[in-house]
Write a protein of this length. Structure first.
Length: 219
């Protein structure tokens, strides 16, 4: 995971905890929230990995029982070791495996964010995340107006909070910070949506950002 990507995700988590009170928070408050966010990420990653480990152990036991009770092994001598047998991949098993893969990927990403934040000597990850939060605080009403303008037929109050925060981060990079190529900003916003929001979010967010890019002459 790149440092800047880690910073965006950290900023997303930070904004998710400050949406209603952002105007009351200082830079020091944001720094404290970043520390708490990293701790929360690590704690959640640990919890999810433990759950995934439990699921793996459960299915290991199921497969072991399946092998032991397979007709091939039941017909073997009592003291003979079991031999491998074909295992039918049921929908349930495939679903569990897919879930554990997703848990593993999310947990690894969370631990990478924590590593970037704690080991980065220049604190670039934390600094960029806090810069986004400060820009969001300074331009909160304007960002909301932009989102409302381009989210046609949607009331901003009823939009998914995660989508609003993803859009705020992308708009801050596009309109205020302007350090990252446009395509990267959009791609990173869509990655956050895939990871944290609903199935329809990527299309919605991509549509809003595309209109902003054209109307603001950014392309």
């Amino acid at each position: 995971m790149q440092a800047r990507r880690a910073a965006r995700e950290l900023a997303f988590i930070l904004l998710s905890q400050t949406d209603k009170d952002i105007d009351k928070l200082s830079k020091n408050d944001f720094s404290n929230i970043v520390v708490k966010s990293v701790r929360t990420l690590c704690s959640n990653a640990t919890d999810e990995l433990q759950i995934a480990l439990g699921t793996l152990m459960e299915y290991k036991a199921k497969i072991t029982d399946y092998v032991a009770n397979h007709e091939t092994n039941l017909s073997r001598p009592i003291n003979a070791e079991n031999v491998a047998v074909p295992v039918v991949m049921s929908d349930e098993l495939l679903e569990k495996i897919e879930h554990m893969i997703n848990v593993g990927e999310k947990s690894l990403a969370a631990l990478e964010i924590a590593e970037f934040t704690t080991l980065d000597a220049q604190n670039d990850v934390q600094k960029f995340a806090i810069d986004i939060a400060l820009k969001c605080k300074e331009n909160f009403d304007e960002l909301n107006n932009i989102i409302q303008k381009y989210a046609r037929n949607w009331d901003i109050q009823r939009l998914v909070t995660m989508d609003k925060n993803i859009l705020r981060i992308a708009l801050i990079e596009l309109l205020y910070i302007k350090q990252t190529p446009i395509k990267v900003v959009v791609d990173e916003a869509l990655e956050l949506a895939k990871k944290y929001s609903t199935d329809d979010s990527t299309t919605f967010i991509n549509g809003v950002l595309a209109k902003v890019i054209v109307d603001y002459g950014l392309n």
